[in-house]
Design a protein around this ligand. Structure first.
Ligand code: XMP
Length: 319
């Protein structure tokens, strides 16, 4: 009789056997896969595990505090909070091409991870939250076998470069099994059910040049949008929802004054695997209420649109 509890014990035994008393490092993103991998490894090898959470300045409101707070303070993992906002935002200054953004972030991510990993004496293994579908499909998430639509950001090639061996404790699992295992390991449901968040973060939700001002506006708008979705009980029906801040400013009126502020687009889709997606059919009441809240509560936005593009022909993210 196969249960997640038994799987967990088996997985723990396997990790102990593979790793022995060597040290392991793990890039923690706060996503479901890396979170479950980290929690499982911690159960298996405790203090031999060090996680690195790279803060590239492109995270959502309070995201770094939430992830680091939970793993370090609540679950007692050793977590390095790499504060590298200035590095990433500095390198991205003036960059508006989506592929250049992705490549810049991907390269810096590896540099930064390596820098922190080098400080951990005697690390022999790199842990990754690779799932079974990643193993059987070498095809990227959004690209076809021969076409790359977007360069995805991951730590591929890193273990060889760093001379590290790989531990991949989730290699036999599908996404729903990873969630069940996360639950078994005591991760809160709010963490396990989180919408996916891309490695390049808010950079690809900010078409055109990225500025700290735009990021700050975007964070506030996004937090209100997600709050609305949760309040209406829609979060779990939606694969992914977010705000994109548009590189245009438009004219509006507020009180007796004229405004000239950014426009934003709300995005929400349903999907099974992210490969295809349909826009979510919110009610007009929901959309109207949400737009009103964002425009009233976020200084810097005076116009709100809803993106009704499905995938294909659109992609989920704006870049
Ligand atoms: P697109 O925009 O290609 O996104 O339709 C499909 C899914 O993949 C996520 N995504 C990424 N995830 N690194 C990631 O880890 C990336 O570079 C990346 N780009 C897109 C996107 O959020 C959606 O869930």
């Amino acid at each position: 009789d196969w249960t997640m509890g038994a799987y967990r014990e088996e997985a723990i035994a396997k990790i102990r056997e593979q790793v022995g008393d060597a040290k392991v490092i793990c890039a923690l993103s706060g996503g479901v896969d890396s979170s479950v991998a980290a929690a499982l490894l911690h159960e298996a090898i405790g203090e031999q595990l060090t996680c690195v959470f790279v803060d590239h300045g492109l995270l959502r409101l309070h995201e770094a505090e939430e992830v680091v707070g939970m793993f370090r303070d609540h679950m007692n993992l050793q977590v390095i909070h790499a504060q590298e906002q200035d590095l990433f935002l500095g390198e991205l200054e003036g960059v508006s091409d989506p592929e250049v953004k992705r490549k810049t972030i991907g390269k810096l991510f590896i540099d930064v991870f390596q820098k922190y990993a080098d400080q951990i004496d005697g690390a022999e293994y790199l842990a990754q939250g690779t799932l079974y579908p990643d193993v059987i499909e070498s095809v990227s998430f959004s690209g076809g076998p021969s076409v790359t639509i977007k360069s995805h950001h991951n730590v591929g090639g890193l273990p060889e470069k760093m001379g590290l061996k790989l531990v991949e404790p989730l290699r036999e699992l599908f996404k729903d099994e990873v969630r069940a295992l996360g639950h078994e390991l005591g991760l809160p449901a709010s963490f396990i059910g989180r919408h996916p968040f891309p490695g390049p973060g808010l950079a690809i939700r900010c078409p055109g040049e990225i500025t700290r001002e735009k990021l700050e506006i975007l964070r506030k708008a996004d937090a209100i949008y997600i709050d609305q979705i949760r309040k209406h009980g829609l979060y779990d029906e939606i694969w992914q929802a977010f705000v994109a801040i548009l590189p245009v400013r438009t004219v509006g009126v507020m009180g007796d004054g004229r405004t000239y502020d950014y426009a934003c687009a709300l995005r929400a889709v349903t999907s099974v695997d992210g490969m295809t997606a349909d826009y979510y059919p919110f009610s007009h009441e929901f959309l109207g209420e949400t737009a009103t809240r964002i425009i009233n509560e976020v200084k810097g936005i005076n116009r709100c649109t809803y993106d009704i593009t499905s995938k294909p022909p659109g992609t989920i993210e704006w870049e």
